[in-house]
Design a protein around this ligand. Structure first.
Ligand code: 5AD
Ligand code: SF4
Length: 474
């Protein structure tokens, strides 16, 4: 994602291709929108369907089955998916055997409505129902419409080896937990992804080992709130199986970091109310755990944070920032910000700007508030900030972030940074792009290095979104 810009997850819709088993005769076109968790889920879906007759294709024209993995987080993300579905429906008129399915958060939120009112799809499968897809497809082949939106308290897809859809083969994602129990008042995720549950740490370490052996050099551990990862401990804090060890997030990261010193470890997303010093100490202890934390603040004002039900104040957030700076000097910090939440006054908005200045975020994902059905905010508060004001405040936040990112990047000039090469830069095949430990993109002439290599790059220049440099030989 590019820094200093409003991020609309739906813009990142991406089609993917993998080879499957020889005997597979049907073609799946899989399109994903939204957060990294959705992209990771699509790899699970590709794996389940590769075992059930489908190879993926990157040409939707030749597909027998089109699946769209969707996002509900903001209204415009949903609108974009509806437009895509309408396009595929036009194609279905020419090719009636084409099956169209919707997966993920929108499937969960709209359930039967997709079939009854919108009549746009044949299959509706929620985030915990992907194992049921082969059966759902059979129902459709038999002339029915098929829905499974059951949420589960246990499903983590721990035993399914995801088919890696990112063809570059350098960086991969591993889901360590699913769902969310936080109930931030603006957020639809607890309704679409269900209760929080953690995945067996052994299966996570196994997947990290396999990915390293396959040549990958970076894993990102994914969860809605990674700091509340907990294995073998109940919600009430009781040990479930006394014969087995308990594992928290700090311990899990340590286990993954020990897979190999050449495997970089990242994680997302941290929650300010749950992020403990022992997590920070593990980051500081291991060279291969990147010095980068994405710590969504949402607002810089404690009253707004209370209405958002975030579970912390501005002071608490700043204390966590101080802990990061104390324990991991040189750690980059990014955040998420929402402008124009219910009742936000001009002073409260100014508090967000002043917090941004104080923390000096390296970059931010910035949004204006979009009311979502069923959420606490929808039920309790009036969405009373005019769209124009929401957008004006968002622009102020974006402009400030732009300035902060520029200052941050300017400070990096002259430093030598270790970069993991991911592939060619967007603009030229003579240049590579990779990221430094702080998650900033670095672009440099390729020389004789190759993707997957670590190189030391001296930073010579910058743009607001990336650093420019040259490889230095040691
Ligand atoms: N409106 C605007 N932004 C939202 N986010 C979540 N829900 C909403 C909403 N209703 C943002 C938050 C969250 C990020 C993933 O999306 O900033 O951290
Ligand atoms: Fe939504 Fe809050 Fe859970 Fe994040 S922590 S997914 S913002 S409810």
């Amino acid at each position: 994602m590019e820094e200093g810009k409003v991020i609309d997850e739906a813009l990142q819709g991406q089609a993917t291709m993998v080879e499957g088993k020889k005997e597979n005769s049907k073609k799946l076109f899989l399109e994903s929108y939204g957060c990294q968790m959705n992209f990771s889920d699509s790899e699970v879906v590709a794996s389940i369907l590769a075992e059930n007759g489908f190879d993926t294709t990157n040409n939707s024209e030749e597909a027998d089955l089109v699946l769209i993995n969707t996002c509900s987080i903001r209204e415009n993300a949903e609108q974009r998916v509806r437009n895509r579905l309408k396009q595929y429906n036009k194609r279905k008129k020419q090719n009636p055997s084409l099956m169209i399915g919707v997966l993920g958060c929108m499937a969960e939120r709209l359930k039967q409505k997709f079939l009854e009112e919108e009549k746009l799809v044949d299959i509706v499968a929620g985030p915990d129902a992907y194992r049921a897809l082969p059966g759902l497809i059979e129902e459709v082949e038999g002339g029915q419409k098929a829905v499974n939106v059951l949420l589960s308290r246990e499903e983590t897809y721990a035993d399914i080896a995801p088919v890696r859809l990112d063809k570059k083969g350098v960086t991969g994602f591993i889901s360590i937990m699913r769902g969310c129990d936080n109930m931030c008042s603006f957020c639809v995720v607890p309704f679409t992804r269900g209760r929080e549950r953690s995945r067996d740490p052994e299966s996570i370490v196994k997947e990290a080992t396999e990915i390293f052996e396959a040549g990958y050099r970076e894993v990102t551990l994914l969860g809605q709130n990674v700091d509340s990862y907990r294995w073998n401990v109940s919600k009430k804090g009781e040990i479930i199986d006394p014969e087995k060890p308990t594992v928290n997030f700090a311990q899990l990261m340590e286990m993954v970091a020990q897979v190999n010193p050449d495997l970089r470890v990242r994680f997302s997303t941290s929650h300010p109310k749950d992020m403990t010093d022992d997590v920070l100490e593990v980051i500081a202890k291991y060279e291969n755990i990147c010095n980068y934390i994405h710590l969504p603040v949402q607002s810089g004002n404690s009253d707004v944070l209370k209405r958002m039900n975030r579970g912390y104040t501005r002071e608490w957030y700043m204390d966590r920032i101080a802990a990061i700076n104390r324990i991991i000097p040189d750690c980059s910090i990014s955040t998420d910000i929402i402008t124009g939440f219910c009742g936000e006054t001009e002073e409260e908005h100014q508090d967000t700007l002043s917090l941004m200045e104080e923390v000096k975020f390296q970059f931010s994902y910035m949004f204006f508030y979009s009311e979502r059905p069923k959420t606490l905010a929808e039920r309790k508060f009036e969405d009373d900030i005019p769209l124009e004001t929401k957008k004006r405040r968002l622009q102020e936040v974006i402009d400030l972030q732009h300035k902060l990112s520029n200052e941050f990047n300017k400070n990096e000039v002259g430093k030598v940074q270790r970069v993991l090469i991911e592939g060619f830069s967007k603009k030229s095949e003579d240049d590579y792009v990779g990221r430094n430990s702080g998650n900033v993109s670095v672009i440099f002439p390729k020389e004789d290095a190759k993707p997957g290599d670590y190189v030391d790059v001296e930073i010579t220049d910058y743009t607001p979104g990336s650093l420019l440099g040259k490889i230095v030989k040691s």
